[in-house]
Design a protein around this ligand. Structure first.
Ligand code: KG4
Ligand code: ZN
Length: 345
């Protein structure tokens, strides 16, 4: 065949998603459909994702969503070469729903199944959107993950840094909660910060100066709580100032941590030809201050800054389908149908 066509399924957190993606022999991708159902409304009253609610919502939505993805792609199951489903890391209930559905379709249709690591999906997206060549650095900043990963090739990943406590998105969400801002916290904090004074509070920048490339954000959250308690009751201006100062601390931290990562990439002469690149993924990549910090950092270190469109930066099934296609194209064998979900993969 001139191309491979795959059905992707994503259910690891609070998005139910299905997509049909093709990969031509020359590596060119075509997204035939991309369906995402967010459970935001189901969880917002609780100020965070409730695993039981998430799992049930996946069960209720997934079959219809897969039908919709096939319909929008104008194909039927018999036109699909393989199925790719997220099998970890994530909430076990959701993973079970997606992986079992993928297995059932694979079994019934006789097509191969790829059990995809969610992080691999994020890591390979820039090859779909920007045709990026290996190797490159990837910063994943979402509600569940904060990781700096060296992407050497399909299936070849080196974790250079991770958070030792909260994920960056989690820090935004918890800070928002402390300030009685709505969930999800990231967009609310960013909005409030616009009219705030970033120099009013001198919040800590954890691990700045450390040689190891890890992150830590729980101390920052504690400092926000202290500041908020000291000056309570908070005016709208206080909240804005705290948010602006919080974002400034994050920006400084990223500058230090990621700056070291870029230096390490260069000193290990990892790029073969062309300019080295940093890719950003995850919901926090929507934050304009985070973006401009990374952008100017890349400029300073001679890196290309790649930020895929937000729809593909946040959780979706296109990236899972694409990771499956990359593995197929590299000659990786499909998974056995007894493959198990791995919550902490
Ligand atoms: O990748 P994502 O959509 O989902 C998972 O974590 O799986 O990321 C969601 C996270 C949340 O913590 C949310 O608060 C954060 O991304 N986020 C933001 C912004 N938009 C979303 N954080 C900072 N600024 C934003 N504009
Ligand atoms: Zn994700």
């Amino acid at each position: 065949a001139p191309f491979l066509r795959i059905l992707g399924i994503e259910t690891s957190c609070d998005e139910t998603a299905a997509a049909v993606v093709e990969r031509a022999v020359d590596g060119r991708p075509t997204v035939r459909s991309d369906v995402v159902l967010s459970q935001l409304e189901e969880h917002s009253a609780y100020g965070g994702v409730v695993p039981e609610i998430a799992a049930r919502a996946h069960v209720e939505a997934l079959d219809t969503l897969i039908d919709e993805a096939l319909k929008r792609a104008n194909v039927s199951l018999s036109d699909i070469d393989a199925i790719a489903a997220t099998s970890g890391p994530g909430l076990i209930g959701g993973l079970l729903v997606g992986l079992m559905t993928g297995k059932a379709i694979a079994k019934a249709s006789g097509k191969p199944l790829y059990a995809v690591n969610h992080l691999e999906g994020h890591a390979l997206t820039a090859r779909l959107t920007d045709g990026l060549a290996f190797p490159y650095l990837m910063l994943l900043v979402s509600g569940g993950h904060t990781q700096l990963i060296l992407v050497r090739g399909v299936g070849q990943y080196e974790r250079w840094g991770t958070t030792i406590d909260d994920a960056l998105g989690e820090a935004f969400d918890k800070t928002a909660k402390l300030l009685s801002l709505p969930y999800p916290g990231g967009p609310a904090v960013e909005r409030a910060a616009k009219s705030g004074n970033p120099d009013r509070f001198n919040f800590p920048r954890p691990l700045v100066g450390e040689a190891k490339l890890n992150f830590s954000f729980s101390g920052l959250k504690t400092a926000v709580r202290q500041a908020a308690t000291e000056i309570a009751p908070l005016t709208e201006q206080d909240v804005a100032d705290i948010c602006a100062s919080f974002q400034k601390a994050i920006s400084r931290t990223l500058k230090d941590r990621i700056g070291r990562g870029l230096e390490r990439f260069k000193s290990e002469s990892l790029h073969v030809d062309g300019r080295p690149a940093l890719v950003v993924a995850g919901g926090v990549a929507a934050n304009l201050e985070v973006r401009s910090t990374l952008q100017s950092l890349c400029g300073k270190h001679g890196f290309r800054f790649v930020a895929p469109p937000l729809r593909l930066c946040t959780d979706n099934a296109v990236m899972i389908a694409w990771a499956g296609l990359e593995r197929m194209a590299t000659g990786v064998a499909p998974d056995d149908l007894d493959v198990q979900p791995r919550s902490r993969w």
